[in-house]
Design a protein around this ligand. Structure first.
Ligand code: GMT
Length: 376
């Protein structure tokens, strides 16, 4: 099949899922076209079966905000006509589903029908999508898609609750490359960071407000106060980084915290981690938690959104109520000070991650494409 995948190019979330899905589909003999405004971070090597198309935004003195959604729709029309796309799969509803609708309308009757599949990822529904500024357009565009998927049961239910959706939403969870994300020996790295055998707690995110990075620092402070020798690795960057750095200065424990910035090989950091902390205020799935679990790292997370569908309380880690620093700190302490519990949770985390294995989920997408194509 010739498949078009539209996504954001960013490090976290939907862009990663879209790019990894494209690679998985290409490995099965499909021809992939990735469309974005910049090269996706995970599209890191040349292959003949994946073509990247960058949406060009011509500027014009009148445009304070160049209309990306129109340029994207134009690109979709070109690719449907000239690359013979058979499926157009857009990740994140805004504005991708709307551009896809427009492309379909433009081509109506002039090209074979191409099914548009929209995958909902998170903030396109829970935050920005349901904001009155965009809500009506998002509602309309989702309903105009030929197929709609959501990355968790939670997100499916939230979409029905927040919008007037007539379509059936299929839950297709996110997935993980178990070969890439597995614990590997990086002892030299661990020694360099933890010369006295300290435990490592890691957080990975885009440091947006919703990730509550200051909570990670505060909970880590509790762990230190509980007498655990530990280091905190903060991976990623974003608007809340300065706040988190300020928090560790206030708590006078900056010596124990390393802000590593954006890292491409997250699995290497996870390989030396003893615990992963993700106290988000909203998280429809929590791909970062799954990546940690796949590297046999137990997770302490908030009991929010889709996180309980990934991190099983008492099994792969612990869940705490939103903003409960005390709970985050004491759960982390419990795992880090009980070797038996740590080993049990690390093994369960990997086992749980195996249920989200990449190939299995790619098959589900492939079958869904066929189903939607057949229904047109
Ligand atoms: O917030 C992010 O990390 C990016 C965001 C997105 O929509 O691109 O991520 C969402 O999609 C990810 C992939 O499906 C999910 O794992 C994240 O839980 C979700 N983020 C939120 O809901 C805040």
């Amino acid at each position: 099949m010739n498949i078009g995948i539209v996504c954001y190019p960013t490090f976290g979330g939907s862009g990663v899922v879209a790019t990894e899905l494209a690679k998985g589909l290409a490995n099965r003999g499909h021809n992939l076209h990735i469309i974005s405004y910049a090269q996706p971070a995970r599209l890191d090597s040349f292959r003949t079966d994946i073509t990247y198309h960058e949406v060009d935004l011509s500027t014009y003195p009148l445009f304070e905000y160049p209309p990306y959604d129109l340029a994207l729709a134009n690109m979709m029309v070109n690719l449907i006509q000239h690359a013979n796309l058979e499926v157009l799969h857009v990740h994140y509803a805004i504005p991708h589903a709307t551009s896809a609708y427009l492309a379909k309308q433009i081509l109506n009757g002039k090209a074979p029908k191409v099914p548009v599949i929209t995958t909902l990822h998170g903030t396109d529904i829970t935050l920005i999508g349901s904001d009155p500024t965009y809500k009506q357009v998002v509602d309309f565009s989702i309903n105009q898609s030929d197929g709609v998927t959501a990355v968790s049961e939670y997100l499916k239910n939230e979409t029905y609750r927040l919008f007037d959706i007539k379509k059936e939403i299929k839950v297709i969870p996110n997935f993980i490359d178990l070969e890439r994300f597995k614990k590997s020996k990086k002892e030299h790295f661990k020694k360099a960071i933890c010369p006295d055998g300290e435990k490592i707690i890691t957080h990975v995110s885009n440091f947006r407000k919703v990730k509550r990075v200051a909570d990670v620092v505060a909970a880590f402070d509790q762990v230190l106060k509980n007498g655990v020798k530990a280091k905190l690795l903060m991976v990623g960057d974003g608007p809340e980084r300065a706040k988190a750095e300020k928090k560790c200065r206030e708590l006078k424990m900056c010596d124990h915290v390393r802000f590593l910035g954006k890292q491409e090989q997250v699995e290497e950091v996870l390989s030396v981690s003893d615990l992963f902390m993700i106290p988000s205020g909203s998280e429809t799935f929590g791909l970062a938690a799954l990546e940690a679990m796949s590297c046999s790292v137990p997770v302490v997370s908030s009991n929010i959104g889709g996180l309980p569908e990934v991190n099983i309380h008492g099994e792969t880690g612990f869940l705490c109520e939103l903003g409960d620093i005390e709970c985050l700190g004491s759960c982390a302490t419990k795992i880090l000070t009980d070797e038996k519990l740590h080993a049990k949770m690390a093994a369960s985390a990997r086992k749980r991650a195996e249920t989200f294995e990449l190939d299995k989920i790619v098959t589900v997408y492939e079958e869904y494409y066929e189903e939607i194509k057949g229904s047109l």
